[in-house]
Ligand binder design. Structure first.
Ligand code: AMP
Length: 424
């Protein structure tokens, strides 16, 4: 298999442009990221971020037509943040009235068992996202706030919720069920949900398109390695396993999250270190991962420490890679046949050393990286495995905002989900 040049690839989204642009909003607890996206070509027409919402000094950065405007100012809440962003569209451009906004897409972290696809938002959907707060206490409240403010300020266009968990609602029961008392699990929604679904779905689909294959014919392992990190096994476009669970804490070693640990670590520390539930939550989510082991959560800083001979940083890197390799091996077994291993997100797209370390020693399984191909830098999807390898190793930049924008068009127009669109 090889990459089909872009000019020879059919674009299944070419009709989406008739619907104008999509404003994608990603509300965090103290930030609001936004991007105005062209759903056909995928380019960001304008993008920005409001940070430190609710603090005494906040900031906004707005980029349009190659120019970035930055300002420091107090932003009391999400309503003020969105008003600020809308004001910058008017002041610096592009004017939203001229951009022909077709829909506003909201990234929502937890959709529970209720949402397996994007939905056009009405009051019932807002209430349902609110009901899911116990499953995502840090994320869903900010998402609800962002939705409520945006529906008020941009009342003339449909708003769509795109859930991080939706893609993984198709997991088989054997993969999503925890082996704990079934009554307790059912009563409290305890199961594996999976996260980063928009990215895993986009990358699995993109792999097929750039190779000129149908997504239904490919088995892919997607490694989304950013500050948060997750792995998935995708058979014919349908997920069959993923590393994140009830929350984004399970699975791979991340920037500040531990990933898999023996759950008894929690009981042990509660009993012997007198730590409260909240302290343990903070320990495993914010003070663990490569940061917990080395003091640095950013892979670039970690690598700098490794090069300076820092032993804690070396161990952190080794633990990170070891866990990743275990997941690749597990998903090889789950899938039986793997056509592509795809690296994506900040670390996966940029760190050649991580990619080489994960694949080293797997030659006997048909997986390897070619040193020169791996070292080359490009913003486009590319193959980094040698010609003899039976599994392609690829770097595929993720574009979550674009994926959200296309899913918005599909939800509003009632079109087929994009992952099912064959490459032709
Ligand atoms: P993301 O969450 O996808 O934005 O990824 C963020 C992470 O990507 C950061 O914490 C960095 O560790 C990592 N990253 C970004 N650029 C590079 C790079 N050039 N080399 C290594 N890691 C990088």
């Amino acid at each position: 298999m090889s990459i089909v040049p872009e000019s020879e690839r059919p674009n299944p989204y070419s009709a989406y442009g008739a619907h104008g642009s999509v404003l994608v909003l990603n509300s965090g607890s103290s930030s609001l990221k936004y991007q105005l996206v062209n759903p056909v070509g995928g380019e960001a027409i304008a993008a920005g971020i409001v940070e430190r919402i609710g603090e005494s000094s906040g900031s906004v950065r707005h980029t349009y037509a190659g120019n970035t405007t930055e300002r420091e100012l107090e932003v009391p809440n999400h309503a003020a943040a969105l008003r600020l962003a809308l004001g910058l569209f008017d002041e610096i451009g592009p004017r939203l009235a001229d951009a022909g906004i077709h829909a506003v897409g909201h990234r929502v972290v937890h959709g529970g068992e209720r949402f397996s696809r994007p939905v056009v938002i009405d009051d019932d959907v807002v209430a349902a996202i609110h009901e899911l707060v116990p499953l995502a206490p840090l994320h869903n409240p900010a998402n609800v706030q962002g939705i409520e403010v945006a529906r008020e300020l941009l009342a003339d266009v449909p708003h769509v919720a795109v859930f991080d968990t939706a893609f993984f609602q198709a997991l088989p029961p054997a993969a999503y069920t925890y082996a704990i008392d079934r009554d307790v699990a059912r009563a409290h929604g305890v199961r594996r949900y999976g996260f980063h679904g928009t990215s895993h779905q986009y990358v699995a689909g993109k792999v097929a398109r750039v190779l000129g294959r149908r997504v239904q014919d490919l088995n892919t392992i997607v490694l989304h390695l950013g500050n948060g990190a997750s792995a998935s096994a995708v058979r014919g476009g349908v997920p069959v396993d993923t590393s994140m669970g009830l929350t984004p804490l399970e699975g791979l070693v991340m920037g500040t999250r531990s990933g898999d640990v023996d759950p008894a670590v929690v009981f042990h520390l509660a009993r012997n270190a007198g730590m409260s539930i909240d302290e343990l939550d903070t320990l495993l989510n914010k003070r663990s991962g490569v940061k917990g082991l080395s003091g640095e959560n950013d892979m670039r800083q970690l690598r700098r420490l490794v090069e300076e001979g820092d032993e804690d940083a070396s161990l952190a890197f080794d633990v990170y890679v070891h866990r990743l390799k275990k997941y690749v091996g597990a998903y090889l077994a789950v899938l039986g046949r793997v056509d592509v291993v795809a690296f994506t997100a900040g670390v996966g797209e940029n760190d050649a050393r991580v990619r080489a370390a994960v694949c080293s020693g797997l030659e006997g399984l048909g997986i390897a990286v070619d040193e020169e191909r791996n070292a080359a830098r490009a913003g486009e999807p590319r193959i980094i495995s040698p010609d003899w390898a039976t599994t392609l190793v690829m770097v595929v930049p993720t574009m979550e905002e674009l994926a959200i924008a296309r899913q918005c068009v599909e939800a509003v127009e009632g079109l087929q989900p994009s992952a099912a669109v064959p490459a032709g």
